[in-house]
Design a protein around this ligand. Structure first.
Ligand code: CP
Ligand code: NVA
Length: 309
């Protein structure tokens, strides 16, 4: 299977088999990393632009380190420092990038901007988060679930909180494609758009189901994985007061955790707002896998880059 030249904007653009292939190589890369073996130099001689319109800790660092480990040269670019910040179009910028670099990793507000960048630039674009999707996070999270549970098929993954956020939507997409069932619990106005829900259901593998509910208790009952994310995502700060009030009943705390399956794990993409969407005792507790989740970003993103770049 040759994935060279493909954009990685959402997992839904890739087949289940292609995602499984990426996960398989990620696993080999992690094993080699643990044995301190050097990575295969998939990006030798290549320059990769890392264009960021929003802040980032994990994504920026793990891509930078990952590109270096694969022998490539990362170039971090803050959106506001480019002519983009002074009105140069995304299409013109995309063409220019194509003159100099071999790939683009981009974090943006509008998903449509990422699509324009991908359409105008001759080199592959990897989505490092948009308002709609966070596919590198989601595929890494599936990797972590499989590592912890041995499989995704037949598992129940519950996302509790801001169900219409990038992390929730991408997680649902990737989990369903890989055969897991997904439940999203959030107030109605924070659930994914209807058209997206239908799209995601069409991508589901085998008997995998997507359920949308307003009831966090129903969502986590017998769940194998409980996942949450911040209530105020980047770009929604003006709605902070309403969000904090309306999402309060969706906090992941020890009472909610007690309803889930006995061996359930707790996930969070980070950064966490401790005391809001998740309590200290849960995120620091024995069921939490958040630090391994963060580490796995490195291995899975290296695998993605090794295929598409
Ligand atoms: N999870 C994640 O993408 O974190 P950053 O915003 O720090 O990159
Ligand atoms: N939903 C969060 C994810 C951060 C990694 C945000 O967009 O701010």
């Amino acid at each position: 299977m040759d994935l060279r030249g493909r954009d990685f904007l959402r997992t839904g653009d890739f087949s289940t088999e292609e995602l499984e292939l990426i996960l398989k190589r990620a696993s080999q890369m992690k094993l080699a990393h643990k044995k301190s073996q050097p990575s295969h130099q998939y990006l030798a001689g290549k320059s990769i632009a890392m264009l960021f319109q929003k802040p980032s800790t994990r994504t920026r660092l793990s891509f930078d380190v990952g590109i270096n480990q694969l022998g490539g040269h990362p170039i971090y670019l803050n959106w506001g420092d480019l002519q983009l910040g002074r009105g140069e179009t995304i299409n013109d910028t995309g063409k220019i990038f194509g003159c100099y670099v071999d790939g683009i990793v981009a974090r943006v507000y509008r998903h449509a901007d990422l699509e324009s960048l991908a359409a105008s630039s001759p080199v592959p674009v990897i989505n490092a988060l948009s308002d709609e999707f966070h596919p590198c996070q989601a595929l890494s999270d599936c990797f972590t679930i499989i590592e912890k549970k041995g499989r995704l098929d037949g598992l129940k993954i519950a996302f509790v909180g801001d169900g219409g956020c990038n992390v929730s939507q991408s997680l649902a997409e990737a989990v369903l494609q890989l055969g897991g069932s997904m439940v999203i619990a959030s107030p109605k106005r924070y659930s994914p758009r209807e058209e997206l829900i239908s799209e995601l259901r069409k991508l589901a593998k085998g008997g995998a189901a997507l359920q949308i509910t307003e009831d966090p208790v129903e969502a986590v009952r017998d769940a194998d994985v409980i996942y949450t994310d911040v209530w105020v995502s980047m770009g929604t700060e003006s709605e902070a007061e309403d969000r904090l009030r309306e999402l309060h009943p969706y906090q992941v705390n020890k009472e909610l955790l007690a309803i889930s399956a006995p061996e359930s794990i707790v996930m969070h993409c980070l950064p966490a707002h401790r005391g809001e969407e998740i309590t200290n005792e849960v995120i620091d507790g024995p069921r939490s896998v958040v630090w391994e989740q963060a580490e796995n970003r490195l291995h899975v993103q290296k695998s993605i880059m090794s295929f598409v770049l």
